[in-house]
Ligand binder design. Sequence first.
Ligand SMILES: Cc1cc2nc3c(=O)[nH]c(=O)nc-3n(C[C@H](O)[C@H](O)[C@H](O)COP(=O)(O)OP(=O)(O)OC[C@H]3O[C@@H](n4cnc5c(N)ncnc54)[C@H](O)[C@@H]3O)c2cc1C
Length: 300
Amino acid sequence: MPVINRLGRRALYGLAQSRRFQALVQRNEVLERSAHRGAGRYLGGRTLEEALVSLVRLHGEGFDTGIDYFGEMRTDPADVDAATRQYVRLNRELGQLDAGVNVWVDLTNVGLDISDDLCRRQLARIVETLPTGSRLQVRAHDSSRIDRILSLVTELAGDGAPVMPTLQANLRASPDYAARLIEARLPVLLVKGAHLEPAAIAHRWGEETDVAFLGLAHQLHSGGVELAIGTHDPVIREALLAALPGIGVEMLLGVRTQDARDLLRRGQRVRLYLPFGDDWLRYWLRRLGEARGDWPRNQS
Ligand SMILES: Cc1cc2nc3c(=O)[nH]c(=O)nc-3n(C[C@H](O)[C@H](O)[C@H](O)COP(=O)(O)OP(=O)(O)OC[C@H]3O[C@@H](n4cnc5c(N)ncnc54)[C@H](O)[C@@H]3O)c2cc1C
């Protein structure tokens, strides 16, 4: 899509939040196919079967993985139920592999945008079938939902579920969220954040967010939680690996792949995020924006 190729990070993050744009692409088969080809490097496949083939290949190369079923902001209970059933199927397949694969979930894929209660019930179904040795990694969504997400995750952990939330360094409130996660003694994946937020709520991309990332990593580590960093930023990664031995590294499939291989060669374990399904467009738009690496002056 030539027009897309001219857009910067901010515009692409904005498009990723547009349901109209998504519908437009999905209605046009030629457009959809061409965009999907462009997105291929970031995707585990359209189907669970394709994703499992990718997963086995990555484990053969020495990577750990976390697998996700695409879907966000579902508002139809039937769609939520279908997504949950897909997770149960995924868990069953992973149980056969015995590979310690983590399962990722965006809570808006399983009912958060309908009600906490519905979401809680879907999570119970997913956790119940999670293979032994796997964790449920929970995506961070935009700032309007993060408080409810962390409450549900903390509640699940209180019931003994092996959950790992994601914390976005760009949010100004994240030091408070980090304190909550330290108190709950939860393992945490720290990322920069991939949502457009007003300046009052989030730091600017670039230096401000990077400094916040470093501060939060130190806060979480000194608070005694198990920490993994989800970043492709070599400066941040190397600084933190040197300062905080024992932390984990997670990366997205298709992003700075050579860096991921180099890390493995150095003896650093790397867990790759491997998403699959038909609802891949928003994800791809965010990745395209990040591949541009441009930092707008104003974020709001
Ligand atoms: C495992 C994992 C889980 C995540 N989960 C969430 C989540 O739940 N919620 C959320 O908001 N965000 C999530 N993210 C995304 C994260 O917030 C960032 O948006 C994303 O990782 C890009 O930031 P960065 O730290 O790599 O730094 P950046 O500064 O964006 O990038 C660092 C370097 O990597 C290069 N790079 C980055 N992306 C690409 C790309 N697509 N193609 C080519 N080069 C690239 C850049 O050009 C730059 O050189 C997750 C990230 C990871 C790794």
